[in-house]
Design a protein around this ligand. Sequence first.
Ligand code: ADE
Length: 234
Amino acid sequence: MRVDVLTLFPEVFEPALQSSIPGIAARKGIVSYHLHNIRDYSLEKHHKVDDRPYGGGPGMVLRCEPAFRAYEAVRAMDERPGRLLLLTPQGRRFEQAVAREFASSPRLILLCGHYEGFDERIRVGLPAEEVSIGDYVLSGGEIAAMVIIDAVVRLLPGVLGHEESAQKDSFSEALLEHPQYTRPPEFRGMAVPEVLLSGNHGRIEDWRKAQAALRTQDRRVDLLTCLDEKQENG
Ligand code: ADE
C-alpha cells in the first residue's frame, strides 16, 4: 500500500510512522509513506496557505489553490488512483469496519486541514471522502490521519506476523478484548485465573469468549445490539 499525507506539519508524522507497527510495516516493504507539505504548493508570497473567512468570523481558512495543487501533484506521483480522505469532524465516523475497507485499497491519500477549516470548495471540488475519528474537535487533521494509518496498516497481510491477531472471527472481533495476563502467576495478591495455566486450549478459548462477552455487556452494551442487528440482517 502507498500512503500519501498532505499536511502543513509533515514533521509530526515521522516518529509515529517509523515506530512500532507502522514502522515495521514500512521496513517489511508492505507500505510506503510519502509526506508532502501543502505549503510547497502555494503560489502566494511566503507560501501562504490560509486566509480570513469571507463574511467575517474568527480563525483562518485553508485556501483552495494550495490544496488542489498539492492533491493533483501528489496523485500524479503514482498511477494507482487510491482513495482521497479528508480529515474533518464533519465526516463519516471511522471505525474498525471502515479500517478494513480502507485496508483493501492499494493507495490512500490523506489531506489534513488546520485553522478553522477548509474552504468549502475543497470538499466539493476534490473527489474526497470526509472522515472523522470521533465527535470532538482536534486542532488539525494530523492526529486523526495517524490514527487512521495505524488502524489500517496493522490489518495489511504480513504486518503483524500472526494474522489471527488482526483477523479474528467476526463474533469476537465485534466484542471487547478478553483480559490478558503474563508472568508471574501471582502479583501483589492478584492471581492469574487458573484456567489460563491449565494448558487446556478448549477451556481457555471458551473462557476468553465468555470474558469478552461479559466485558462487552458490562462496558459497551451498544456493541452487542449492533452485533445482533448484523446477525439478523445476515
Ligand atoms: N480534524 C479536527 N477534528 C477532527 C476529527 N474529530 N476527526 C478527523 N479530523 C479532524
